[in-house]
Design a protein around this ligand. Sequence first.
Ligand code: MN
Length: 149
Amino acid sequence: MNLKEYRQKRDFKQTSEPEGEPDFTVGSHFVVQKHQARQLHYDFRLEMGGVLKSWAVPKGVPLDPGIRRLAIQVEDHPIDYIDFAGVIPVGQYGAGTVEIWDRGDFKLDREEPDHLEFTLIGEKLSGDYALIHTRSKNWLLIKRKARAE
Ligand code: MN
């Protein structure tokens, strides 16, 4: 996987964010980082293929079934980023504060280029979710209704 765009956007002498290497050794974790940048958003990241697949969700990850939220895909982040919280200095890409809003494990239930389904097991988030690609970098993040057994 490719961290080139991630690295190009950042000066690692200035920011304490991890430079990172692709890491294929770990399990399937997710994180939601509350990012108070110029615009508050929540960065939703899934560990897939040695990187964190990442989306910026302006209104946050839905807690209730049937709610759909715009999720804008952003560059892949290194796995190390899952632990990042802190201040990105003024003048750097994404300047502002990052805090971990939720984290945990996920199980991938369906993986297609434009459609992911997964089950989140976090502190705040749990249950079945889908990410559906609409156009360009836009996806919809949806909490699915619990499936009937
Ligand atoms: Mn962000």
